[in-house]
Write a new protein. Structure first.
Length: 319
């Protein structure tokens, strides 16, 4: 807490300084140093981005999702959070002194992942945005009490010349590969049931053909980034291993085992089965959060132990 400095305070300090000049000088120097440190701390970013290796930082965008990646001196943004968090993403990148983003990858066409893109695209006129061809579908959340659009904002059509529409497996460069069309529905999450695509007047269940996943390789290690893993983290891992020829070293993804629209976690049996599958895989470390849910995370943690870690907003990792 702080209070206003009174005249009596100044007079008392003046008397102290007259009697103990050296001690008073030391106090003044320390106070000045503290003020300078506070000012620097307020204006400088709290995260230092290394120029080599694979570095991951989860930007705090509330209920959305956005990651800044540094790989071999190149910078990449994966998703941009909700529409209201676009400015936060832009300011974070700017505060780090990053002048150029080499890639932007949109994992799927839901507003909590792509909503902040407009703020970024307004200020950055160079970076290409890689997304799936089906990203412009009409995606909704449908529950007994609501039917709400959660897809791409139509205003983003103004930036279509910046978008690279991907399909299947596509290499962005030697270190970066996106893939989609994940087959199989093993251990499919019921949390997907309220997610729909409007086709004509009907709202069939979303098939997530707009979802894509990213493999990033640096210094012989590969990380898988899977957004919300709507297609199922077990199925996505199988596809990743087919593309890579082995299991990735680390996985960063929400496992979509919690339905925020209904406020309900997936059944324990499903969560435990997912945990058993992940435990049997050769992935060294899993990092999860966002749509996994607290209850599911705690159950998975009991299965996977130190191989599973949280990825709360504001956290950073080096692979």
């Amino acid at each position: 807490m702080s209070r206003k400095v009174k005249k009596s305070d100044v007079n008392r300090f003046a008397g102290f300084a007259k009697k103990y000049p050296l001690a008073a000088l030391i106090i003044v120097v320390i106070a000045a140093a503290v003020l300078i440190f506070q000012r620097v701390s307020e204006n400088d970013p709290t995260v230092t981005v290394p120029m080599d290796g694979l570095y991951v930082h989860y930007i705090d965008v509330g209920q959305g999702d956005s990651e800044l990646i540094c790989c071999g001196g190149q910078y990449m943004l994966i998703d941009a959070g909700t529409p209201s968090s676009g400015d936060t993403v832009v300011e974070y990148i700017r505060d780090l002194g990053i002048k150029k983003l080499d890639y932007v990858v949109c994992t799927h066409g839901h507003a909590d992942h792509c909503g902040g893109l407009e703020a970024f695209l307004k200020l950055n006129d160079r970076a290409r945005v890689y997304m799936q061809k089906a990203v412009w579908g009409q995606y909704y959340v449908v529950t007994p009490s609501k039917c709400a659009y959660i897809g791409m904002d139509a205003v983003l059509k103004n930036y279509e010349d910046r978008f690279v529409l991907c399909d299947g497996v596509q290499k962005l460069d030697e270190e970066l590969t996106v893939f989609s069309a994940v087959p199989g529905r093993e251990l499919w999450s019921g949390a997907n049931d309220t997610l729909r695509e409007k086709i004509g007047e009907d709202y069939p269940r979303d098939t997530f053909c707009h979802e894509q996943d990213l493999l990033v390789t640096e210094n012989g290690k590969t990380a898988l980034f899977a957004g919300c893993a709507h297609c199922g983290i077990v199925n996505i891992l199988k596809s990743a291993e087919g593309v890579l020829g082995r299991a990735p070293d680390a996985v960063f993804a929400g496992f979509h085992l919690y339905n925020p629209s209904l406020g309900k976690s997936e059944p324990d049996e499903l969560v435990d089965a997912v945990g058993e599958k992940l435990r049997g895989d050769k992935v060294a470390h899993y990092f999860t959060g966002h749509c996994t849910g607290k209850e599911a995370y705690e159950r998975l943690k009991r299965k996977l132990g130190d191989r599973l870690g949280e990825m709360p907003a504001g956290s950073d990792f080096t692979v």
